[in-house]
Design a protein around this ligand. Sequence first.
Ligand SMILES: [Zn+2]
Length: 350
Amino acid sequence: MIPCQHRRPGPGNTPQFSKVFVLAVILLFSANLLAQTPFQFPTANHYLYVPGAELKFFAPTEPDKPWTSGSFGCVRDNGQRFHEGLDIRHLQTDRRGEPTDPVMATAAGTVVYINRRPSLSNYGNYIVIRHVIQGIEIYSLYAHLSAPRPGLFVGEPVKAGEAIATMGRTSNAEVIAQWRAHVHFELNVLVNDNFASWFKIASPGERNDHGEWNGQNLNGLNDREILLQEHNPNGFNLLDFLRGQTELCRVLVRATNFPYLKRYPMLVLPNSVAQRQGIAGYEIALNYNGVAFALMPRAPSEIKSPAKYQLLSVNVPNALANPCCHLVVKRGGRWQLGNEGLRELELLTY
Ligand SMILES: [Zn+2]
């Protein structure tokens, strides 16, 4: 028998320590209240937060490819091809080796689109949910699903963390092997409500089976960065994140009335000259994958060129570091808007 030991008051029991401890708990608690974590992981896989465990979180494109090929950005084909979301690995399978992970809504929102015809999209079966966070509309997308939850319907409100589907391997463009079964997860801004009619004109003869919920109308945010920032003690703020995008280029457009201005008024900057004289166009800052994150109205007297779209400046290091979206291209020693850049501006201002 071990004799009873007298409890000696260790440092943990001194009144001074208790005070410090209580204060620390209060500070931590209030920091938690201030730090916002609007987005949750869409599956039970949280290995993103385990240092060195990236390969348990991301599904790379091939077994010998780095984990980065399953992350967001210019990560495919030696940096030449864009991947607009995260490929999050499965954690569980059935007897046949098929993934069975529940896929969950990243935040409270409303289901706006369910594609149940996998042969009609490289996303396969996919779901889009609309969220309003800090007054900002964000659209999450979950792709390659085996099946949406039975009974799930467009217009249905969902809670954060609510199961909406089962993970799968569906796609009309690629064969996703069992070992790399994943959910492709995006957080997006919506470019234009009139996408479907624009697409008819911009891509004659091409099919669009998904209305405005075509992936081309959803501009991806770096969701790896968002989830990492949420884990950071400094926390995450969606508006700061959007406004803090690195500028690829600045353009001037002659358009004055397009849906994005109304959808994202928090990204429109003040300009007293335009306020006095009227608005003749917008100066727009774009990041490398085309997200418009700062839009300043310009007065007639501030616009010299009659051009519909004018490239004002290029952040060359950013353009060289992110060569996969081709919004701006260098031709004959001069930077200019590439076809992709013009297409993005046409859709934005349509
Ligand atoms: Zn993917």
